[in-house]
Design a protein around this ligand. Structure first.
Ligand SMILES: N[C@@H](CCC(=O)N[C@@H](CS)C(=O)NCC(=O)O)C(=O)O
Length: 243
């Protein structure tokens, strides 16, 4: 039995949903109300001590970190395989996953501006201080302070955008050498990058996600969106999703 604690708009949650759907696995969906900070509640912290989504419970045992969850799913449910058969391919795949993990903060700058920052800006100083106490990491406390009181500047947004666009360049290069990011087959490396390309294309830098600038990435993106699992994973337009 699989239970996924997630949010529809969360990029890390989207990664795990796509993996589950590619595997054809049924799971119970539990959405986490991030605007009400349900992910900082004592009950949720027992599942994910980092206080972020997603978390997956498999047969009563909790797992967190989207990259770790996806690798776990591929080990436990090996068909269809989503990791390269060779060690070099798997190493390449893990570097893509690490790259995605390292850059996720740049997405948050754009994603939170829409809903979480609006909610947080309405909190009083006392409410903010109370909420910060429940956040387990300094880094995320800082993110909530930024959301509530210090919106990201144009320079910060431009720097984050540049880092995200750079990812497309790195993907373009890889895709000139192999059909998919980690070799000849679709893998967890491709899945890790999907939530990024989705947000870059729809809002963050649509001018960079074009066939003229990144032809191979554009082709890659089209073929991923055509996969039946993509529709089932509900990686829809950010602003049309709630939760
Ligand atoms: N490295 C983590 C990142 C998870 C993460 O950043 N989740 C975001 C949503 S995409 C979150 O829960 N943010 C809420 C918060 O920081 O309070 C993973 O891959 O699972």
């Amino acid at each position: 039995m699989l239970t996924l604690h997630h949010a529809w708009r969360s990029s890390a949650s989207r990664r795990v949903r796509l993996c589950l759907e590619e595997k054809g696995l049924a799971y119970e969906s539990r959405t986490v109300d991030m605007a009400n900070l349900e992910h900082h509640s004592p009950e949720y912290l027992k599942i994910n001590p980092n206080g972020v989504v997603p978390a997956l419970i498999h047969d009563g045992r909790p797992l967190y970190e989207s990259g770790t969850i996806c690798e776990y799913l591929d080990e436990v449910f090996p068909e269809p395989p989503l990791r390269p058969a060779d060690a070099y391919g798997r190493a390449t795949m893990r570097n893509w996953i690490r790259h995605a993990d390292e850059r996720i903060g740049n997405l948050i700058i754009f994603n939170w501006a829409h809903h979480l920052a609006k909610t947080a800006s309405r909190w009083s100083d006392e409410e903010l201080a109370e909420r910060l106490k429940k956040i387990p990491s300094k880094e995320r406390q800082e993110a909530w302070i930024r959301a509530a009181r210090k919106p990201y500047t144009d320079e910060e947004r431009a720097a984050a955008r540049a880092k995200l666009v750079e990812m497309l360049g790195r993907m373009e290069k890889a895709l000139s050498e192999t059909a998919w990011l980690a070799g000849a087959n679709y893998s967890l490396a491709d899945i890790a990058l999907v939530p990024f390309v989705k947000r870059i294309e729809e809002e963050i830098a649509p001018d960079a996600a074009t066939a003229e600038k990144h032809p191979r990435v554009t082709k890659w993106w089209k073929s991923i969106q055509a996969r039946p699992a993509f529709a089932r994973a509900r990686i829809g337009p950010f602003l049309e999703e709630t939760g």
